[in-house]
Design a protein around this ligand. Structure first.
Ligand SMILES: *[C@@H]1O[C@H](CO)[C@@H](O)[C@H](O)[C@H]1NC(C)=O
Ligand SMILES: *[C@@H]1O[C@H](CO)[C@@H](O)[C@H](O)[C@H]1NC(C)=O
Length: 186
């Protein structure tokens, strides 16, 4: 129950933060994006197909694919939610499979799967996020932290779009295992 409350609170915070920025931060760049079939919107279409998930609010995926160096409307908060989604989903799977799993082992499994260098940026690169994420001209979109931030933000965005964090966790698993990640993690 406590965890549920926490997740709900998290949603509320992200919702209020995101609606605040939606109103505040729609600059010229944002208006330009309304024009359909830009390379960025094409990339978002491809990304949705790769994940087998279609957003109701494409703006959420657009935000997830926007690094903080690019605009005030960015993926930082979504990335925090996404981290919790992934960690919850991983813990749930392992403990469901083995309720006697030692805390230390579980902790290692969770850290392994959300590890920036080995897991998270690898999953993100295989989705081609380095070619999608919008960054400032001074920022390298291929660095593991940028890729990971975007990768995690996708699952925060799906959780909000679907209204269910466990659903977003399932998409994470299918993306991760499509990448051959589950075999490596188990
Ligand atoms: C960008 O970062 C990647 C990964 O860290 C690195 O391999 C690449 O050389 C960097 N590119 C530039 C232009 O610095
Ligand atoms: C998406 O669906 C296709 C066809 O059902 C499947 O081959 C692919 O592995 C799925 N991708 C993910 C990431 O779930």
């Amino acid at each position: 129950m406590e965890k549920r409350g926490l997740v709900f609170l998290c949603f509320l915070i992200v919702f209020s933060v995101s609606s605040h920025f939606r109103v505040q931060a729609c600059d010229d760049r944002c208006k330009q994006e309304v024009i359909a079939s830009s390379p960025f919107s094409t990339a978002l279409e491809i990304l949705q197909k790769q994940m087998n998930y279609t957003f109701d609010s494409i703006g959420l995926l657009r935000r997830a694919m926007t690094h903080a160096s690019f605009s005030e409307e960015n993926n930082r908060a979504l990335s925090i939610l996404g981290t919790y989604v992934i960690e919850t989903s991983v813990s749930l799977r392992y403990l469901t499979a083995d309720i006697d799993m030692p805390a230390k082992t579980l902790d290692t499994k969770v850290s392994d799967i959300s590890n920036v260098e080995n897991s998270c940026s690898g999953d993100g690169m295989r989705l081609g996020l380095h070619k999608v994420i919008r960054v400032s001209s001074k920022t390298n979109a291929s660095t593991p932290t940028v890729i990971c931030g975007g990768f995690r933000a996708i699952f925060g965005a799906i959780a909000i779009d679907a209204g269910k964090s466990d659903f977003a966790g399932n998409i994470f698993w299918s993306v991760h295992s499509a990448n051959g990640g589950v075999a490596a993690a188990l």
